[in-house]
Structure formats: C-alpha cells, structure tokens
Design a protein around this ligand. Structure first.
Ligand SMILES: [Zn+2]
Length: 501
C-alpha cells in the first residue's frame, strides 16, 4: 500500500507554457577569464559568457531576494567573485574598469537555492499505453544533464535531497567546485534513510536504530552534508539518525509517512518535504511506525488552515524550528484541470523515450485519487501560507521526479510561479526560493540575496519578475562566484539527454 502511494507521488505531473524569451545582450564583449576561486577547465569555459576580476552590471533592476521591493536602475559591481557594491545606476566606461554590461530591461535575482533538487530521473520499465509498467522502478543518475540544467535555470546552490549514488554525488560536487565540470554548488544528501519495506530497490532498507546510526556515521565520514528520511522509517530509526547527524552538525529532512509531522518534530527533525501533503496524523488506521494507505492525503483533506489541528501542528513546527519544503511543481498535476501544457524547452531537454513516457503518464493519475485533488491543493497552499505567517521557514524545490516533466531548473522556476499562485507576492516567492534556503543551510552570510559582500551568485533575467513572476523563466546569464554562465549554451549542451545520463 505504501508502494502504491509512492508510485502515485512519482507520477504527479504538471506542465506549463513555453515562453522563453531569449534575446541578445548587445553590450556583452568576449572577455578573457581571469583568476577565479578555481581555475576553470576548458569544458567549463565553453559556457562562460562573462568573467573577469571586475564586472559591472549597469542600469539593472535589483530584486534582492530578502523580500525587499525591486529597486530600479542600479549598478551591481562584481569583484573577484563577490558583490562589491550596489549603487545608483550610471554609465561606466568599459575596458579600463573591467567588463560592463548594459542591462536596461533586465533584472537580477539571487541564484536559486534549490532545496529538493535530485540528480536522478525515474524510469518505469516496459511502460505501455495502458500505463502499466514492470517493477522495479529505477532511478538512474543524471550526473551529466541535471547539473547543467540546474545552472542554466538559475540554480547556483542545491541540495540533492536523497541520493541513490552518493559517491557519484560527492565526486560531482568535488569536480564542480574544482572548476572541472559545470554545475551549481551542491549540498550532498546521504543515501535515503528508509525502513525495511520500500518501493525503491536502490535505497538502503534499515534494519533497526543501530543500523540507522551506522549509516549516518559512515556517510558523514565520507563527506555528505545532509540526510533525508523516507516513508517507511520507524521512530527509533529516525531518532537514532537525527542524533547521529546532529553530532556532526548535519541536518535531517524527511519525506515521511510512517512517522507523523508532529512525531518527527518532537524527535528533532530539521525539515519536512512536500509541504503538508505527506503528514499522516489524521489518516484512518494510522499505526505507529507504519505508513498508511492514504499516505497523508486524508490528513491534508481534513486539515484546513486556521483550524485547531493546523494551528497546533504549525505551532509545534515553529517551536521546534522545523522548516517545510514546498514542492509544488511535482504536485501541480493534482491541482485539477486547467494547467498549462509542458514547456517546450523542458520537453527539448528530454530523451525521445522520456518524452514519450511523459506523454503516456500525463493522461491520468496512476490510480483514482483518495481525496479531492482540488481541495488537497487548496489546503496545502493555505497551510504553507499559514506556516510562513506563523514564522515558519518555508523552502522551495521542484522534486524533479513525477511523470518526468518536472525538469531540473525549469522546475525551480515553476516553483516560484506556483508560490505566487499560493498567495505569496513575487518578491516573497523569490525569497523562499533563495534566501530561505541559504538560511536553512546556515550560509546566509555568503549566499541567498543580492547584497554587498556576498558571493556573486545571481541570475540575470529579462523583464521584471517582481511584477510578473513568469519572467523568472527568461534566464539570460547565471552568475556563480562572479562567473557569468550562458544559460542557452548550457541548455543546448544537454538537449535530448535528460532521461539518459
Ligand atoms: Zn524527492
């Protein structure tokens, strides 16, 4: 029964309009690379559009990511990978003072800090038109395509949020940080902390609390910087894992089912995935340490924002400093009809096989919904808002699994659009997707907002996402540590690869 629900979550899909507004920045000049934090390889330099010890973005609209209003006509000065100054817009002579970009009509937002950003894809063997597929479902690594797609979409820092190939993820992080491969900075999550029964053949199936402790100890030693508990973990195992992780200063998140949100908060968990979709506290027949048939849908359907149960739960989460990660992109398909079709650029990133599978899967849900999809969606959006209003830290991530159309990078942009649908203002949505993630990671002094002294991790987009959030799709250049990557070139380099490697 848990496996049915898991499959269900995996096929949630959403789609959206392709409206990439590529346009050229006429003032860009090719500039040789100068000393950066890491010497970039030839393969990475290929994607660099602008770099140098000093780069000035002139006449740009600044959306700081800290929730402040957009500020028109600013100059942002980048020096040696950092934001050196943000000043009143002015013309600056080129050459002598470094690289100068005229960004009239463009905005900068902070680099996205993606908090549910996998490096894998879901494969359903022998999927047919009747939607049947054979077990086991597999999650092949997307070590090549995913990092490029994330960076192209504006993600400069990401958490892997559950790994099936932790060695690959750890080594990938090393290669990216050394400048050998393109991609965002990575918070590598260890192997899933999953209980003895699991739908996923690639996850560890913990035997007991000691097993959980040993797993955490081993992978903390290998260098992972976060952990994620999964749907069938027991309270004892979760407790042991949290204690071991916290000893190393490492945080634990969870896509839960067997353990309720309330229980997990009291055990000291740091974050909960999928908004309020997978809390099982009101589910019929809920037994301790066991997932339910409903896997949280019943609870969500019966927990309305403003109600006693919602208030109590949110108060507990806030009191225990538990963050919540909104993953609206992967849940959007449940919102009911009228959703936009898949965005063409995202479809273009997929292999023909992945695209075909997606078209089969989009036809319907894997099974009849247990609750009213519209009500679930509505309740979740309202609960996420109430959580933030109560002082809770809401994070954002796309969870690129689903039916295959939640594609790295594109999904991160879509998340911000859906947060606006939830009722957040555009600048609040941008903050949730940027600064809030940095705060959770304890890195808010270096990243997460456009501010003097911080790392120059910024996304240049055409238009004004503070007025029209969908302008976050119009990514032109992504600065990471002061190096400006060409979004379009990165996308072209993985065209047709997502779903393959
Ligand atoms: Zn996930």
């Amino acid at each position: 029964m848990t496996s049915r629900k898991t499959a269900d979550l995996l096929v949630l899909l959403r789609s959206w309009l392709f409206s990439f507004g590529w346009s050229s920045l006429l003032c860009l000049a090719a500039v040789p690379l100068h000393a950066q934090a890491a010497e970039l390889s030839k393969a990475v330099k290929e994607f660099v559009r602008v770099a140098g010890p000093r780069v000035v973005l002139t006449h740009v609209r600044v959306i700081d990511g800290a929730g402040g209003p957009a500020v028109e006509d600013q100059n942002v000065v980048i020096e040696n990978g950092k934001i050196a100054a943000i000043e009143k817009g002015a013309d600056v002579a080129g050459e002598a003072t470094g690289t100068v970009l005229d960004l009239r009509g463009y905005s900068v937002i902070p680099g996205i800090v993606g908090m549910h950003n996998h490096l894998f894809y879901i494969v359903r063997p022998n999927l047919n038109a009747q939607r049947h597929f054979d077990d086991p479902v597999l999650v092949p690594q997307m070590t090549f395509s995913a990092p490029r797609l994330y960076l192209a979409g504006g993600v400069t820092t990401m958490r892997t949020t559950g790994s099936v190939e932790p060695y690959a993820d750890l080594n990938l992080k090393k290669e990216i940080d050394a400048g050998k491969l393109p991609g965002p900075h990575i918070d590598v999550t260890g192997p899933y902390l999953e209980g003895a029964t699991s739908y996923f053949i690639q996850m560890p199936h913990l035997k007991n609390a000691e097993d959980a402790r040993q797993l955490v100890e081993y992978w903390a030693g290998q260098g992972v910087t976060s952990f994620k508990a999964y749907m069938n973990i027991t309270r004892d195992e979760l407790k042991a894992a949290i204690e071991a992780a916290h000893k190393h200063g490492i945080k634990v998140t969870g896509h839960l089912c067997s353990v309720t949100y309330q229980e997990a908060a009291e055990l000291g968990i740091d974050d909960l995935e999928h908004g309020f979709y997978v809390n099982t506290q009101l589910d019929p027949g809920k037994k301790p340490d066991a997932c339910t048939e409903s896997a949280g849908e019943y609870t969500l359907e019966h927990m309305e924002a403003g109600g006693t149960e919602a208030k109590e739960l949110i108060a507990t989460l806030v009191k225990h400093h538990v963050a919540v990660t909104s993953t609206l992109g992967v849940l959007e398909r449940d919102a009911g009809g009228g959703r936009p079709p898949a965005r063409q650029a995202a479809l273009d990133a997929m292999t023909p096989e992945a695209r075909e599978d997606f078209l089969v899967l989009r036809q319907q849900r894997a099974q009849a919904p247990k609750g009213d999809p519209t009500k679930l969606w509505k309740n979740n959006l309202a609960l996420e808002r109430e959580f933030v209003a109560a002082g809770g830290l809401l994070l954002a991530g796309p969870d690129p699994t689903g039916a295959g159309d939640v594609v790295p990078g594109f999904g991160d942009q879509r998340e911000m659009e859906l947060l606006v649908e939830a009722g957040f203002s555009p600048v609040e949505a941008i903050k949730i997707a940027t600064l809030n993630g940095a705060v959770y990671l304890g890195r808010e002094k270096e990243i997460g907002s456009v501010a003097a002294g911080k790392n120059a991790d910024m996304v240049v987009v055409k238009g004004d996402p503070s007025k029209q959030i969908s302008d976050v799709e119009n990514v032109e250049i992504v600065f990471k540590d002061g190096v400006g990557y060409d979004s379009k070139k990165l996308l072209e380099s993985v065209r047709g690869d997502y779903g393959k490697y």
